[in-house]
Ligand binder design. Structure first.
Ligand code: PEP
Ligand code: MN
Length: 337
């Protein structure tokens, strides 16, 4: 952080800032220019709130240099993080494909989709047992029963399970069944939940909040990582904009931006981003072409009767076609599927 003093700042003003910096455990490097004096704040930690200095009358400007997140940052760890779950690697050369219904509705529904996906070559099965619904009257998920179905089906087809944990009290139950715990968009800043997930040793799929900046997403990853759990997969799932043609707006540029800022794997969720099944494949292709390490896709054997997110769930045959298209794109960008 650099603190630029106003041209008329007195020696006493400069000393006051210096003392404030030192009181916070940092060193102050003062460089006196012809017009402005600039004070550099140096230390191992980060001062998160630059307004502490901005609010002081003698200060002209505060310039942030280092990021507020360290563990999630590429400066801290230049090489890509590769997360291993069963036979799958996420963040490595291979593109990861997570697929399955929005919610686990019944054993039969889950099993038919998993059987199909497994034949396609999918190794990561998604399905929500705890559903964060906008309306309290909508289907809320089967809870532990849903987790049991996931486990039975995933074991049968040798798949790994991705499922959402909505609150800290559900973590103990979820870790018994789930291989990758998902934190939904609405919970991206549930700091109590994030903190608790830092203490477990299963990967976390952290979805970007509806109105969250990239920095806020990375700060949420930092919350989990600061507890010790370094296996975080970030997910761009569309953000809220003024556009109403799609459910959300898939921020494709977030993918290369995050890849540069962080070593963590980044995947895209074109299902929740668009809300429309015919837009899922084009956006999945775009995300992979833009450098995403994978995609998560909602697939349903009978989307018209789905209890949750049917309109954005693709039919089995549409998924198969998309999967083959991604196989074609992968080598062009030096990846595999
Ligand atoms: C989901 O993955 O089913 C889900 C609820 O996603 P999001 O939190 O991104 O809305
Ligand atoms: Mn959904």
């Amino acid at each position: 952080m650099l603190i630029v003093m106003k041209p008329n700042a007195s020696e006493a003003d400069i000393r006051k800032i210096e003392e404030l910096i030192k009181a916070r455990g940092f060193a102050a490097h003062i460089s006196r220019g012809k017009i402005n004096t600039v004070i550099g704040v140096v230390g191992d930690k980060v001062i998160h709130d630059r307004r502490i200095f901005e609010a002081i009358d003698s200060v002209q400007e505060v310039i942030k240099i280092s990021s507020s997140y360290k563990l999630a940052s590429r400066i801290f760890k230049p090489e890509d993080t590769v997360i291993r779950v069963k036979e799958v690697e996420i963040g490595g050369e291979k593109i990861a494909v997570i697929a399955g219904p929005c919610a686990v509705e019944s054993f039969e529904q889950l099993e038919s989709t998993a059987e199909f996906l497994s034949k396609c070559g999918v190794k990561l099965l998604r399905g929500g047992a705890f559903k964060p619904r906008t309306s309290p009257y909508s289907f809320q998920g089967l809870g532990e029963e849903g987790l049991k179905y996931l486990k039975q089906v995933a074991d049968k087809y040798n798949m790994a399970i991705v499922s959402e944990v909505m609150e800290a009290s559900q973590i103990e139950l979820c870790v018994k069944y789930v291989d990758i715990l998902q934190v939904g968009a609405r919970n991206m800043q549930n700091f109590n939940l994030l903190r608790e997930l830092g203490y477990i040793n299963k990967p976390i799929l952290l979805k970007r909040g509806l109105s969250a900046t990239i920095e806020e997403l990375l700060m949420s990853a930092e919350y989990i990582m600061s507890g010790g759990n370094r296996n975080i997969i970030l997910c761009e799932r569309g953000i809220r904009t003024f556009e109403t043609a799609t459910r959300n707006t898939l921020d494709i540029s977030a993918i290369p931006v995050i890849k540069k800022l962080s070593h963590l794997p980044v995947i895209a969720d074109p299902s929740h981003a668009t809300g429309l099944r015919d837009k899922v494949a084009p956006m999945a292709r775009a995300a992979i072409a833009a450098g995403a390490d994978g995609v998560t896709i909602e697939v349903h054997s009978s989307p018209e009767t789905a209890l949750c997110d049917g309109a954005q769930s693709v039919y089995h045959n549409q998924f198969e076609e998309l999967y083959n298209e991604l196989k074609g794109i992968a080598p062009i960008i030096k990846r595999k599927l």
